[in-house]
Design a protein around this ligand. Structure first.
Ligand SMILES: *Cc1c(COP(=O)(O)O)cnc(C)c1O
Length: 434
């Protein structure tokens, strides 16, 4: 028998209503690929010609973009590999609303061009009253680049040797600053730098003094650093990179710097991330003296570093809206986490899994609050479930510790516990080695 004659024609298959609808969602190329794969299976005698449409539908990707939403059960609240801060429902709604044509740079009342992102900037001004002005760029690295280019190109940035840090994945702040054409003037030593060290280095070539929060490491022992307040009177601008994006002090993270305190201590300009503890979209914030922010905004690089309407919408909703998922994870009650872990482990154990609730230690992550452990609770499972859980639907990413897979619940919204349970059951049922 000639199998080819019995393979349904591509045009006919693509005209099936399910596949027409799928082309509307996923695009023609993805659907054609799924159809071609099903036709090959018919040719090889693995599939009945009558089942081509069904097989193609079953093989379609769930979404047009391959990026998959995952459940973060690592116990690291801001996991850089998992996209750092999850957006709040309010921010997601704002992104959706802004996705089409939107008045990002247009005044509907007058019909004229308006200041881009004015509502997000207004929300920032309200959140940080100590800042005279604000500007938003792609990320904190971009904020630092812009400050260096606008305020210190061809001049010197005075910085302590204890603050020349690498943030992660080879991102080194000194290299970034020098790439703008600014020169670094290193002062002090790795463990100790005084106000006098800074003062002695200042001169006509000074662009600004930079204070960097060495987010992801700590020096202990014989240490000393000049605070922002001590440097504020030196007669040159002080730029402070606070990193995590806290706008106000956070009592749960007493050592984490924040924008309001830095400005109140005399910093002229503060830079911060949008997608760390602020809990918003990837963004870089520049907050502070009006003239300095204006010089950054007017620099030619500002256009290359500018954020899109989706970021502006998400940022505004994060600033004005309800508590973010990061906030909720940070404030989660350890007893409630333990109760959730016990309930989940009970469900799984009754279904025959080797599951038990255990205490766990979560962390802020994303370079924030390196010394802080957040008491948490996890479901402990056999390590062999790690791979099927990662590749299941939805993917659940835990962490391996002491020969067990831990699903830490601090960064998992309580509403997702049912999904975690179903995913673990499916992973348990999956054939070994898959
Ligand atoms: C995370 C961090 C950065 C980089 O911020 P991005 O938003 O990832 O570009 C810069 N400085 C400090 C102190 C940080 O913690």
């Amino acid at each position: 028998m000639d199998g080819r004659r019995r393979v349904p024609r591509t045009d006919t298959v693509l005209a099936a209503p399910e596949l027409v609808a799928a082309q509307g969602r996923l695009g023609r190329a993805a659907v054609k690929e799924a159809v071609a794969a099903a036709q090959r299976r018919v040719r090889h005698g693995e599939l009945s010609p009558d089942d081509v449409v069904r097989a193609a539908v079953a093989a379609l990707p769930a979404r047009a973009a391959a990026l998959r939403p995952v459940i973060n059960a690592t116990g690291v609240l801001l996991h850089t590999n998992l996209g750092r801060a999850p957006l709040s429902a309010a921010a997601i709604e704002a992104v959706t609303a802004a996705a089409g044509a939107a008045d990002v740079e247009f005044d509907l009342a007058t019909g004229r061009r308006a200041r881009r992102g004015r509502d997000a900037l207004d929300a920032l001004a309200r959140a940080v009253p100590a800042a005279e002005d604000a500007h938003v760029v792609n990320n904190n690295a971009a904020a630092l680049v812009l400050a260096a280019a606008a305020l210190a190109r061809g001049r010197e940035i005075v910085v302590s040797r204890g603050e020349l840090v690498e943030i992660g994945d080879g991102f080194r702040i000194p290299d970034l600053l020098v790439s703008t054409g600014a020169r670094l003037r290193e002062v002090g030593t790795t463990n100790r730098t005084s106000r006098e060290d800074y003062a002695a280095a200042l001169g006509p070539d000074t662009g600004f003094v930079l204070k960097v929060h060495p987010s992801n490491y700590r020096i202990e022992g014989f240490t000393g650093a000049a605070g922002i307040a001590e440097l504020a009177g030196l007669g040159v601008p002080v730029v402070a990179d606070v990193g995590s994006g806290l706008l106000r002090p956070e009592p749960l993270l007493p050592d984490e710097p924040d924008a309001a305190t830095a400005l109140g201590s005399g910093a002229d300009l503060v830079t911060a991330s949008g997608d760390k503890l602020l809990g918003g979209p990837q963004a870089g914030l520049l907050l502070g003296r009006r003239d300095l922010v204006e010089r950054c905004r007017r620099h030619p690089l500002a256009r290359a570093l500018r954020v899109d309407k989706l970021t502006l919408a998400a940022l505004e909703a994060t600033l004005r809206g309800p508590a973010t998922p990061v906030d909720e994870a940070l404030r989660a009650d350890p007893e409630e986490l333990a109760a959730r872990a016990a309930a989940l482990a009970g469900t799984l154990a009754r279904a025959g899994l080797d599951a038990r609730a255990v205490p766990s230690a979560a962390a802020v992550g994303g370079g924030g609050a390196p010394g802080v452990t957040l008491p948490s609770a996890a479901v402990s499972l056999p390590v062999r479930l790690a791979a099927p859980l990662r590749t299941g639907e939805p993917p659940v990413v835990g962490r391996i510790e002491g020969g067990r897979l831990l699903l830490d619940l601090r960064a998992v919204p309580a509403a997702r516990d049912g999904d975690v349970a179903r995913a673990a059951l499916a992973a348990h049922a999956a054939p070994e080695g898959e």
